[in-house]
Design a binder for this molecule. Structure first.
Ligand SMILES: Nc1ncnc2c1ncn2[C@@H]1O[C@H](COP(=O)(O)OP(=O)(O)OP(=O)(O)O)[C@@H](O)[C@H]1O
Ligand SMILES: [Mg+2]
Length: 437
């Protein structure tokens, strides 16, 4: 059928290959029945020959029959999408680009959505994944794995994650190898020729991701992480998608979606102030909005007033989700020096951070201060502002200041200190005096 349609349009194998971006040898094998057409190949043919979904439907039916024969289980592990998802149109569009890419190359597209705690990385990944699936992509299934970052010590081990994923695609327990490399190879073998989506949520570092990546070009991987995962980019052709806070109208829209638009429209000024006091960070916005919903006496205005002191914002909580705790897990993942510098940054006057003032507050040489600032930026605890400066999100700054004060008031305290047990320089120490003065 394919050959008949191709010839009817007067296209040679080579000309047709140029249109569908598949090798002429591959096309010839499909035409002579020596190879089954994949769904992505069939889609490319339908597009090139203007045939609607004629070949796509045939290929999908063939694949479904093969899956049934092989006992393939089609996992559908995506958590539910958010009812009140707002904005992120550009990011969703960029993620769509990742889908289109894989039909024409042999690479497995990997995108790393990275950003500060609670900025909406998981929500975006899940929203996009549901959209892609409802558009007919990834017919062989979707795996969603919680990697339990960012602390490498408590993060999920790739060895265990591979076992879960192999079981999820129907591999019997006695066929799951006992070595990490063999598990990874078995996983790649099972995914060969499949069109699957992997969402690897909350990754700690590049080493954790590497054994989990499929090799089959029909698959795609979306990673979320608080880290930019600097070690991953050189290993695989990953694309970094840094996620900022919401823009003002979207932040206000999110509050309105949770508390009810009528209530939000009654005092848009107060909603805007509340959104700013939450630093337009989705987690803080949701917690604040939920607080209005659950305590009926609160209005957006009353809550905004209550959250005027920065420290009060850190206590935003709903059930077991506490804003401060979300920050704490990132802080605990820092090395000793970066943790000390982070606390110091909370005491810096002004919003811009440079190497000299950082070196002064931490009492370290500029080279070490510079390295720590890079580490903090890679962990999204600060952001680059320009060539010479960084800046820090208001809520993270409040958290850092809180930690510094706790340690100043109680230098022996180590409970929230990560790998570091060193107190910040006290206000009377030479380092801090030179900076605070
Ligand atoms: N665009 C959005 N629209 C509506 N709600 C959102 C949006 N983005 C995030 N949220 C909500 O904000 C909260 C935090 O989002 P999410 O868990 O996705 O953040 P995260 O960046 O993955 O955090 P973490 O670093 O802790 O993994 C969730 O309740 C989520 O539903
Ligand atoms: Mg997340």
């Amino acid at each position: 059928m394919l050959r008949a349609h191709r010839k009817k349009r007067g296209l040679s194998l080579t000309q047709f290959a140029a249109r569908v971006h598949f090798d002429p040898g591959h096309i010839s094998k499909v035409e002579t029945g020596k190879r089954s057409p994949s769904v992505s190949f069939a889609k490319a043919c339908d597009r090139a020959l203007n045939l609607g979904d004629t070949f796509t439907a045939i290929a999908a039916a063939l694949e479904a029959a093969t899956r049934q024969q092989q006992g393939w289980v089609q996992p559908a592990q995506l958590p539910a999408a958010k009812r009140h998802f707002v904005g992120r149109h550009d990011d969703l569009h960029r993620l769509d680009g990742l889908l289109r890419g894989h039909e024409q190359t042999l690479a497995v597209p990997v995108t790393v959505i990275n950003g500060p705690p609670g900025v909406g990385k998981t929500a975006l990944a899940v929203q996009w994944a549901h959209r892609a699936v409802s558009d007919g992509h990834f017919p062989d299934g979707q795996l969603f794995v919680s990697l339990q970052g960012p602390e490498p010590d408590t993060a999920a081990a790739p060895f265990d994650v591979l076992e879960d994923m192999l079981r999820a695609v129907g591999v019997p327990p006695d066929r799951i190898p006992a070595e990490l490399d063999q598990r990874a190879a078995t996983f790649r073998s099972y995914l060969h020729g499949r069109e699957m989506l992997l969402v690897l949520d909350n990754a700690a570092d590049a080493q954790q991701i590497r054994p989990l990546l499929p090799g089959s070009p029909g698959c795609a991987v979306v990673v979320t992480s608080r880290s930019r995962l600097p070690g991953l980019m050189p290993l695989v052709d990953a694309v970094s998608l840094p996620l900022p806070e919401l823009r003002q109208p979207e932040a206000a829209k999110l509050i309105g979606a949770v508390i009810g638009q009528v209530r939000a429209d009654a005092d848009p000024g107060a909603v805007a102030v509340l959104a700013e006091r939450c630093g337009r960070l989705p987690l803080a916005l949701v917690l604040a909005a939920e607080r209005i919903v659950s305590h009926q006496h609160h209005s957006a205005e009353a809550l905004a007033a209550e959250l005027k002191p920065r420290q009060a914002r850190l206590n935003l909580a709903e059930g077991d989700v506490v804003l401060r705790n979300a920050f704490e897990t990132s802080y605990k993942a820092l090395d000793e020096l970066s943790a000390r510098v982070f606390r110091g940054l909370g005491l810096l006057p002004g919003h811009l951070i440079d190497v000299a003032s950082t070196a002064s507050i931490a009492g370290v040489p500029p080279e070490e201060a510079s390295l720590s600032l890079c580490n903090l930026a890679a962990a999204h605890l600060i952001q680059r502002h320009d060539e010479r400066h960084y800046r820090m999100h208001d809520l993270l700054r409040a958290y850092a200041a809180d930690l510094a004060r706790q340690l100043n008031g109680n230098p022996g305290r180590t409970t929230t200190t990560p790998r570091a047990a060193d107190p910040m320089p006290t206000l009377n120490s030479p380092a801090a005096t030179s900076l605070v003065a």
